[in-house]
Ligand binder design. Structure first.
Ligand SMILES: Cc1cc2nc3c(=O)[nH]c(=O)nc-3n(C[C@H](O)[C@H](O)[C@H](O)COP(=O)(O)OP(=O)(O)OC[C@H]3O[C@@H](n4cnc5c(N)ncnc54)[C@H](O)[C@@H]3O)c2cc1C
Length: 399
């Protein structure tokens, strides 16, 4: 028998791992998080938080702080690069379904900072930085995690282990779980600038998906910047893409601008659509990017990871309180189905709409979106899907 009581180990201090940690710690369960970096990741990644995720963060007690640090977005829109706004979606139609009928634009590093701050209130929660997971083994009673810390291997034991160690998850590799799917030929480039695009395009919303047969783009406002996402040409050399004048031209071409603008951040990354073949092997559970990854169009990556974390934590609490551990298989079935049948479908579809080249299909797609935005009932149905509310209902329907 193990000599500890109800201890959950978590690898990764991203949003998924930290939501698991806080959810479990609040219920009195001992949790220990291991993160290989010296601190939380500070790079610019996800920034869109959907209404049901806001509710989950409210339940954890951190939503007011995040709303203070972000921007609320009651509208979002599809545009055509040449024609301008085509379909503006008013999220207030969701007011009877959700407490927060808007999107919150708040960067991932602010979310993880608030989670870490809250975790400090729980003596049963410990977060260890500079600890890199290397291996995991398990028997019927416990898991043993091997970590590298200051050049030495150390071993830690727990009842369960949550692998929230991101897309290249070492734990997923240790368990020989396949990560099925594919990688897009083009990489995505994200540029952040303090330049105020609203001065020249006044009808921009906080979130804008801009379709174009030659170069589509997404413009998202966060507190300090506009974040602009562009696809790159497949096979294009990184040095050429990141060349300062190329970056300036991309931003200037948004609205025929002449002067250079400040670029505060630039990120170029490969984009994948992949889902793990199983989210559970015995006492080890995958969650977040370790379990599924998708393109960022629609902001479903971090949101989906937080939804995994809340679902998994609730079930782990029940199991640690004596429920049958088959409940954890239901977690895998529910969240895998959402990843495959919902998140993958929506994010791939979003990319197709934005990049469509055929004029007839483009017109059809954009007319459809306009129609959806002009009818309250259709808008509500559509926003329940884009906000991921319907994904939680899908999960609930799976036994
Ligand atoms: C470059 C980039 C840009 C992105 N941009 C967007 C975007 O614009 N919009 C959007 O919606 N989504 C975006 N995403 C996706 C989004 O950031 C993820 O869906 C989200 O971070 C998932 O959270 P997570 O906690 O599951 O994983 P992560 O945030 O990746 O966290 C995993 C953590 O585990 C740690 N870790 C990894 N291996 C180990 C180990 N062996 N031992 C200990 N710790 C380990 C990592 O250091 C990291 O802190 C982006 C992702 C990337 C990589």
């Amino acid at each position: 028998m193990s000599n500890f009581k109800n201890k959950v180990l978590i690898v990764g201090a991203g949003p998924t791992g930290l939501v698991c940690a806080l959810s479990l710690a609040k219920k009195g369960i001992d949790v220990e998080v291991f993160e290989k970096l010296p601190d939380r990741a500070y790079d610019l990644r996800a920034s869109t938080i959907h209404p049901p995720t806001m509710q989950m963060l409210a339940d954890l007690g951190i939503i007011d702080e995040l709303i203070n640090q972000g921007i609320t977005s009651p509208f979002w829109q599809f545009r055509d690069r040449k024609e301008g706004a085509l379909a503006i979606f008013d999220m207030s139609v969701m007011k009877d379904d959700v407490k927060y009928p808007f999107r919150l634009q708040c960067e991932q590093f602010k979310v993880t900072a608030e989670l870490l701050k809250s975790l400090k209130n729980y003596p049963n929660a410990k977060v260890n930085f500079y600890h890199e997971a290397k291996n995991v083994i398990q028997d019927e009673n416990e898991v043993t995690l091997t970590l590298e810390y200051q050049g030495n291997d150390i071993r830690v034991k727990g009842n369960y282990l949550i692998a929230a160690d991101g897309a290249s998850s070492i734990i997923r590799h240790c368990l020989n779980i396949n990560f099925e799917g594919y990688t897009f030929p083009e990489r995505f480039l994200i540029l952040s600038t303090p330049y105020e695009f609203k001065d020249i395009i006044p009808d921009l919303s906080i979130s804008n998906y801009i379709s174009d047969p030659d170069e589509w783009l997404v413009m998202l406002r966060v507190k300090e910047f506009w974040r602009v996402l562009f696809p790159t040409i497949p096979g294009e050399n990184e040095v050429d893409i990141m060349n300062a004048s190329n970056l300036q031209n991309k931003l200037k071409n948004i609205s025929n601008l002449e002067s250079d603008m400040e670029i505060a951040h630039q990120t170029l990354y490969h984009v994948h659509q992949r889902v793990a073949t199983n989210y559970r092997v015995g006492r080890v559970l995958l969650a977040g990017d370790a379990a599924h990854i998708n393109n960022p169009l629609g902001g479903m990556g971090m949101n989906g990871g937080i939804h995994d974390a809340v679902n998994l934590s609730e079930k782990l609490i029940s199991v640690l309180e004596g429920a049958n551990d088959h409940l954890l298989d239901r977690y895998s079935r529910q969240r895998r189905t959402v990843a495959i049948d919902y998140v993958q479908q929506w994010t791939v579809r979003n990319r197709e709409i934005l990049k469509e080249k055929d004029p007839a299909i483009r017109k059809n797609n954009l007319d459809e979106l306009r129609k959806l935005s002009e009818n309250k009932e259709l808008t509500l149905k559509y926003l329940r899907k884009t906000s991921m509310l319907a994904s939680l209902e899908l999960a609930e329907s799976i036994e």
